[in-house]
Design a binder for this molecule. Sequence first.
Ligand code: PLP
Length: 393
Amino acid sequence: MSDDSDNRKPATRLAQAGRRPEWTRMPDQPGGIVNPPVWRASTILYDDVAHLRAAVTNTHERLFYGRKGTPTSWSLADALTGMEPGAEGTMLFPSGVAAISCALMAVLKPGDQLLMVDSAYDPTRSFCEKMLRPLGIDTVYYDPLIGAGIEALISERTRAIFLESPGSLSFEVQDVPAITAIARAKGIVTLIDNTWATPLFFSALSHGVDISILSCTKYIVGHSDAMMGSVTATPQFWNAVQSTAWLFGQMVSPDDAWLAARGLRTLDVRLRRHQESALAIAQWLAGRPEVARVLHPALPSCPGHEIWVRDFAGASGLFTFILNGGDEAARAALIDSLRHFGIGYSWGGYESLALPVDPQRFRTATQWNAAGPAVSDALSFAPALLIRTSIRP
Ligand SMILES: Cc1ncc(COP(=O)(O)O)c(C=O)c1O
């Protein structure tokens, strides 16, 4: 559980988190290692049957059976919990998508209605349509800029509101406090995909969110060599998240947990460099005649920029820009000609990537208007590029 009265700076917490003596020291020996090592396990051997039977009663952070983790994964989960003031605990998942789907399953039941932000990562939308809908859980998509207007969409059946801020591909920054205040007053649970900002740049639970989800594959691992997801919950929702993850048999490999924990230690410095590199490129692009618009939350041209200024402690390294005209072939030629940007999925690693993106394929409640509200529909499908910056200067 994170400590609300803990006044250490987030970067200090990062350096100190998840290093409990019982995970880093040998009994009866002075001193200890800095990082909890990789504990690999399936079978745990008990001293006798009495210990085996006793172990069943509380398996959280106890050696019980490999699927319930070892100190390697507990340490990472503990560190992520420590980064979110007000959190009770964190469960780890083999991918960000696994974390999102399990968090939704933890709070929804047949007959419920989910309000889903229109700019959600597209596999999140697919989960709603292909898994939740057949289970009798309806999803209503809402405009990411709706703010307090969300109240008008709430019905008797609304059980949960899912946020992602900024949104995938189109980067709208949501008014999280306005939405969570209404949700709390009506007893509706809120979940956020906080992958872009991480708890370092946006403290989700402090802004009223109940459940914060990360694709740790991105900035937490940080080196493009492991997949992972996490769900961090308030005391009210912690049991539901934990038991649902256990029911689905979700777990992570200790080697991957160790890699993620190692990445986490340098998150603060890496994110700041991402911020610096991305802003330099975004500002340069904004001044180019070939570019119609840059969707970077720290620039006024991004929808919800003023909310980013109000609520966020920084900007990470992922943004989109829209070409001033041109077609599919021109966009591909531009990307193919980049010397220092790779072409591939994911982000948050130390290298740079550029991708063609077409948000209109994943929007139903809003219209993707690539060239801005004043521009005709003809330009609304203008080519967009997703830029993922490196931590190089
Ligand atoms: C915003 C966001 N959330 C979640 C995910 C899913 O994460 P993973 O690839 O670890 O399943 C991604 C992946 O790109 C993402 O961009």
